[in-house]
Ligand binder design. Structure first.
Ligand SMILES: NC(=O)c1ccc[n+]([C@@H]2O[C@H](COP(=O)([O-])OP(=O)(O)OC[C@H]3O[C@@H](n4cnc5c(N)ncnc54)[C@H](OP(=O)(O)O)[C@@H]3O)[C@@H](O)[C@H]2O)c1
Length: 249
């Protein structure tokens, strides 16, 4: 069965007996926007949080209200566009005996350059952040999930990189998210089903990235991500979701 068929075959939401207080969730780009709210909601669900940010100080400032809420938060410096930074973060966590059970590949940037004016450097920076960053984080943390026979990975993708919707986003961003979707399928195919790997379209969310186009609250956007991060053990893998509903790629 193909990964996408697997995703359709199983319902996404079923009552789960998973003790989320035993799980650690790492969220990239978690110092603001959807990432920060995803970290908060996962913390409120009981998970220990690794709040990852490329600027440590911004990460620590963002963590303060979560800590004040009583959530268990560790802040890590992680620039997803830098493979060495990903490896360094993974090494520090391993040294502290922190196993990442839930990975949310959220960090992302937007670019509006028209395709004929696109320079390699711009393309690579967007691609390194939105696509390769997710690959490097997956390579760093999925093996531990497989070893522990449990894991969840969520790729925060975008309707703008969706072929069935005509790839409507600006070129570089749309291509990077379409590639992220392809990466989701390939990772799910290569990983046992105990690790659920899915991509989500969070909708138009009121963040700095969406600017004036944002419609949904950051809480609603994050709920759509968290839904896949907290999938039950019979949940889908290798799927693409528009919020909580399956989406065409
Ligand atoms: N908002 C929407 O409507 C929407 C729709 C579809 C998909 N998305 C996706 O949702 C995700 C979150 O976006 P958002 O809307 O919450 O935007 P945002 O408020 O601009 O947040 C983006 C986050 O990514 C971080 N980031 C950027 N480059 C990074 C890097 N190299 N390493 C680590 N972190 C990095 C930013 O950190 P700094 O503060 O250091 O810049 C920030 O924390 C993105 O992947 C985006 O493509 C958003």
């Amino acid at each position: 069965m193909t990964a996408s068929k697997k995703a359709k075959a199983k319902p996404a939401a079923k009552a789960s007996r998973i003790d989320w207080t035993t799980k650690t969730a790492l969220v990239t780009g978690a110092n603001r926007g959807i990432g920060l709210e995803t970290a908060r909601q996962l913390g409120q669900a009981g998970c220990k949080i690794v709040l990852a940010a490329r600027d440590l100080q911004l990460g620590e400032e963002a963590a303060q209200p979560l800590v004040a809420e009583g959530l268990r938060v560790r802040v890590e410096k992680l620039d997803v566009s830098d493979e060495q930074s990903v490896k360094d973060c993974a090494r520090r966590l391993k040294k502290s005996r922190v196993g990442v059970d839930i990975l949310v590949n959220n960090a992302g940037i937007y670019d509006r350059t028209p395709i004929m004016e696109l320079e390699t450097e711009t393309f690579m920076q967007v691609f390194r952040t939105n696509t390769l960053g997710a690959l490097w984080c997956s390579q760093a943390f999925i093996p531990g999930m497989v070893e522990r026979q449990w894991g969840r990975v969520v790729m925060v993708s975008s309707g703008l990189g969706t072929f069935s919707r005509g790839m409507l986003g600006h070129p570089c961003y749309a291509i990077s998210k379409a590639a992220l979707n392809a990466l989701t399928i390939k990772l799910a195919q290569a990983t046992p089903d105990v690790v659920k790997i899915n991509a989500v379209r969070p909708g138009w969310v009121k963040t700095r990235l969406a600017g004036a186009l944002g419609k949904d609250s950051v809480e609603t956007g994050a709920e759509r991500v968290v839904h896949l991060a907290l999938l039950p053990d019979d949940g889908p893998s290798g799927g693409y979701f528009r919020g909580k509903r399956p989406s065409r790629w």
